[in-house]
Design a protein around this ligand. Structure first.
Ligand code: SF4
Ligand code: SF4
Ligand code: SF4
Length: 272
């Protein structure tokens, strides 16, 4: 049972959130929503502990497609950053604001960029592309994320100022935003030969994710006394993390998506 401990803890945390939100708001949606996400994550972690190769991708599709198709396209909730700003400025603490608060703002203090490794619907498609290992060194394009962040915020402020911000506009913005993200993400991955290029340079959500995940309790640790400096962990990392150092400020530390590829390949089990 010990190897399934993380799965049980994660499921229990989500179940506690589900019940707390349901009881405090009286809204059954919160119970079903967070129970489903917690169940998917719990099953995924259990499958990972059992050694199934595609466990992470399984969770990505369970959670990512639920958010994109069910919450986004069927329930018409804008789950992207524009939806977060819209609901925040409207004073509505609904699915969009809670989603950001839990998955992308405060949750990363606990589970780092777990969202990026296990739940993001953009990455669930990008990870299917052929360039799982970046072909070249990281480029100095990270500044684009701040431009995207400002554009997202500016768009919603403009819509509010023009009196055009409403659920219908936000739904079309959600559809258009996703089409754009997929198109840019796929083109960039193919041109730069790096599936996660969009995550590294463009995604505005990382403006929240990176500083918060710096303090994450959950992180890949390296026992440097065991490391034989074979560099295999560096070669498989999709996010260019200098994971064979244990310091919190290792190069690209806030980029780790907890995919576990480095841990699986380490020949001396130096990574925990
Ligand atoms: S960086 Fe952005 S696009 Fe990439 S996985 Fe994270 S939230 Fe998704
Ligand atoms: S390979 Fe290791 S360091 Fe790189 S993102 Fe995955 S878990 Fe993090
Ligand atoms: S794979 Fe393991 S032994 Fe090799 S460099 Fe990374 S941490 Fe060190």
């Amino acid at each position: 049972m010990t190897k399934y401990k993380s799965a049980i803890i994660l499921f229990s945390v989500f179940e506690a959130i589900a019940v707390a939100l349901w009881l405090s708001t009286g809204n059954l949606f919160f119970l079903l929503n967070f129970s489903y996400i917690g169940f998917s994550l719990g099953i995924g972690l259990a499958l990972m502990a059992a050694g199934w190769k595609y466990a992470r991708e399984f969770v990505q599709f369970c959670v990512g497609s639920y958010m994109l198709v069910f919450l986004g396209l069927i329930c018409r909730e804008n789950m992207q950053m524009e939806g977060f700003w819209y609901y925040l400025f409207s004073g509505v603490v609904g699915a969009g604001v809670l989603h950001y608060a839990i998955a992308k703002i405060f949750g990363p203090l606990l589970f780092g960029r777990g969202w990026c490794g296990y739940a993001c619907w953009t990455a669930m498609i990008l990870d299917l592309l052929p360039h799982k290992k970046p072909a070249g060194p990281r480029r100095r394009l990270g500044f684009i994320r701040y431009i995207m962040f400002a554009l997202s915020l500016g768009t919603v402020i403009l819509l509010i100022a023009l009196g055009k911000a409403n659920k219908t506009t936000m739904f079309y913005l959600f559809v258009a935003g996703n089409v754009l993200y997929y198109a840019v993400g796929i083109i960039l991955a193919l041109v730069l030969k790096d599936n996660r290029a969009f995550c590294k340079y463009i995604c505005p959500v990382t403006v929240f994710l990176k500083p918060m995940s710096y303090y994450s309790l959950l992180r890949v640790r390296c026992d440097e006394s065991k490391c034989i400096h074979c560099n295999r962990c560096l070669e498989v990392c999709p996010m260019d993390v200098e994971v064979n150092r244990d310091a919190r400020n290792r190069k690209n530390a806030t980029e780790c998506i907890l995919c576990q590829k480095c841990k699986k390949i380490c020949p001396v089990k130096a990574l925990k």
